[in-house]
Ligand binder design. Structure first.
Ligand code: PHE
Length: 453
C-alpha cells in the first residue's frame, strides 16, 4: 500500500471550507458541554481563560492541523506518511495519523449516542412532555430514556445513519451541501433564541453570570478545564480538521480561515451560554448542575414558559444539527483512510466504518442502561472512553501535530504555508506555534496524568 494521493475532491470555495470546519467545531461541545463546564468553574473567570486558550493554543494547532492536511493532500495516516517522506523523516511519524484516526473513531462512537438524545428530546418537547414538569419529573424523563437500551439504540442508529448519509454522498455532494444550508440555519436559530431571551427572559442574569469577573474563582482546575474544553470545542488533534484541510485548495490563507473558524466557534459557545444562563437565572435554577444542565435543568424552564414547547423543540433541533455536522467530520477521516488505502468506493468505506462505529457505540449505550455491568473501577466504560479520548488522545494528538509542524518541518516552508502577509504577525504566529501552544498543551497533559494517578 503506497501512500499516494489519488485525485481527490476539493472544496468548491473558501467559504464552504469555513462552513464545514465551523460545522465540525460547533457541536455538543459548545452547546451542551461549554455552558456546564463554565457553570461548574464559576462562569466569567473560566470564560476569560477559555478565550486565552483558544487564541494561544487552539488557533495555532488549528493552523498546524489544516496545514498538514493540505500539504499531505490525503487522509491523516497517508498525509503524515507523505510529508515524512517528502522531508526525509522516519516513516513512523505516521503514527500521529493513526492516533488521530483512532481518536475520531472512538469519539464518533459515543458522540452518536449522546447526539441521539437530542433527537429524543426534540420529540419529547413537541409532545409537550415538559409542560409544568417538576425537578423529579424531569429526572424521570431523562432516566426513562437513558436506562432503556432499545430506545438508546434506536436513536443512536438513526443519528449515525443520517451522518453516514452525508459522508457517503461525498465531499461536494454530501458535506458541502448540508453545511451550506444547515450552518447558516444554526446561526439563525441561535440569534432567534438570543432575541427571545433578550426580550422575554432574564438576559441580565445570564450576562451577569457569564461576564462578572470574580478573580477568586480562578483556580488551577478552571485553567486546565478551559484548555481541555478549547481542544474539544475546536475539534483539533484527531484528524477531522486535517482531512478537511486535505480538500483545501492551495491558494487559501490557512491562518485567516483558522481565525475565522475559532471566532465563530467561540461566538456560538458564548451565545449558547447566554441563552442557557438567562433561562437558568429567570427560573432560579442551578447553574452548576453539571452534564444534566441541558437535558435535566433546561426542560424545567421550557415547561414553565407559555408555548415553551416551541422553544424547547427549536433548541434541541439546534443541538442536533450542531452534533450532526460535527459527527460528519468525525466519520470522514476513517472513510477517507479506508477508501484511499484499499481503493474501495466511498459508499462501501462509509458502510464499513459506520457499522464499526455503531457497534462500538453499543458500549456507551449499555454503559447508560446497564451501568452495573459496564463499569471498570469507579467509571463506566463510556466514562473511560470519553475520559481517555478527551484528556489524552486530543492533547497528545494536538501536541504531536504542532510539534511536527513547528519543530520538524522546515520553518521557511511552514511560514509560507500559513499564509500571513504581514511579517510581524507571521513571526508572532510562528513563535506562538513553536513555544506557547506546545507548552500549554503539554501542561494539560501532565496535569491530567498527575490528577488521574
Ligand atoms: N468540536 C466538536 C464539538 O464541539 C467535537 C469534535 C471533536 C468534532 C473533535 C470533531 C473533532 O462538539
Amino acid at each position: 500500500m503506497s501512500p499516494s494521493a489519488p485525485s481527490r475532491a476539493l472544496w468548491s470555495s473558501r467559504l464552504v471550507f469555513v462552513l464545514a470546519t465551523t460545522g465540525s467545531a460547533v457541536g455538543l461541545g459548545n452547546i451542551w458541554r461549554f455552558p456546564y463546564i463554565a457553570g461548574e468553574n464559576g462562569g466569567s473567570a473560566f470564560i476569560l481563560v477559555y478565550i486565552a486558550c483558544v487564541i494561544l493554543i487552539g488557533i495555532p494547532i488549528l493552523i498546524a492541523e489544516t496545514l498538514l492536511g493540505r500539504c499531505g493532500g490525503a487522509n491523516p495516516v497517508h498525509s503524515l506518511a507523505i510529508l515524512a517522506k517528502r522531508f526525509g523523516f522516519a516513516h513512523y511519524w505516521k503514527i500521529i495519523g493513526w492516533l488521530a484516526l483512532s481518536g475520531s473513531f472512538a469519539i464518533l462512537s459515543y458522540y452518536s449516542v449522546i447526539a441521539g438524545w437530542t433527537m429524543a428530546y426534540m420529540f419529547r418537547s413537541v409532545a409537550g412532555l415538559f409542560d409544568q414538569i417538576t425537578v423529579d419529573g424531569s429526572r424521570e424523563i431523562f432516566n426513562l430514556l437513558v436506562r432503556d437500551s432499545e430506545k438508546l439504540i434506536a436513536w443512536h442508529t438513526l443519528f449515525i445513519l443520517i451522518t453516514a448519509g452525508v459522508v457517503g454522498a461525498g465531499v461536494n455532494e454530501g458535506i458541502e451541501r448540508i453545511v451550506k444550508w444547515f450552518i447558516p440555519l444554526l446561526f439563525l436559530i441561535l440569534l432567534l433564541l438570543l432575541s427571545y431571551v433578550f426580550f422575554e427572559s432574564d438576559i441580565g442574569g445570564g450576562l451577569a453570570f457569564m461576564f462578572t469577573f470574580n478573580a477568586e474563582q480562578l483556580t488551577i482546575n478552571s485553567v486546565l478545564a478551559a484548555m481541555g474544553q478549547a481542544f474539544l470545542s475546536l475539534g483539533v488533534g484527531i484528524g477531522a480538521i486535517m482531512v478537511y484541510g486535505s480538500y483545501l485548495p492551495g491558494n487559501v490563507s490557512i491562518a485567516k480561515t483558522a481565525a475565522q473558524v475559532a471566532s465563530l466557534d467561540t461566538l456560538v459557545a458564548l451565545i449558547a451560554g447566554i441563552i442557557i444562563f438567562s433561562l437558568v437565572a429567570e427560573f432560579a435554577l442551578d447553574p452548576a448542575a453539571g452534564p444534566g444542565l441541558v437535558f435535566q435543568v433546561l426542560p424545567l424552564a421550557f415547561g414553565q414558559i407559555t408555548g415553551g414547547w416551541v422553544l424547547g423543540t427549536v433548541f434541541y433541533f439546534l443541538l442536533m444539527v450542531a452534533a450532526w455536522t460535527s459527527a460528519v467530520s468525525l466519520l470522514e477521516p476513517g472513510v477517507a483512510w479506508l477508501s484511499e488505502s484499499f481503493s474501495i468506493t466511498r459508499t462501501r468505506a462509509t458502510v464499513i466504518i459506520t457499522s464499526l462505529a455503531w457497534s462500538l457505540g453499543l458500549i456507551t449505550v449499555f454503559s447508560f442502561s446497564l451501568p452495573e455491568l459496564m463499569s471498570v473501577g469507579d467509571r463506566t466504560l463510556f466514562d473511560w472512553l470519553d475520559f481517555l479520548a478527551v484528556n489524552f488522545v486530543l492533547p497528545i494528538g494536538g501536541i504531536s501535530i504542532i510539534f511536527f509542524t513547528a519543530w520538524k518541518m522546515p520553518a521557511a516552508f511552514v511560514r509560507t504555508e500559513i499564509g500571513i502577509q504581514t511579517e510581524l504577525l507571521r513571526c508572532l504566529m510562528f513563535w506562538t506555534m513553536r513555544y506557547i501552544a506546545p507548552v500549554g498543551a503539554l501542561m494539560i497533559l501532565i496535569y491530567q496524568l498527575h490528577s488521574s494517578m
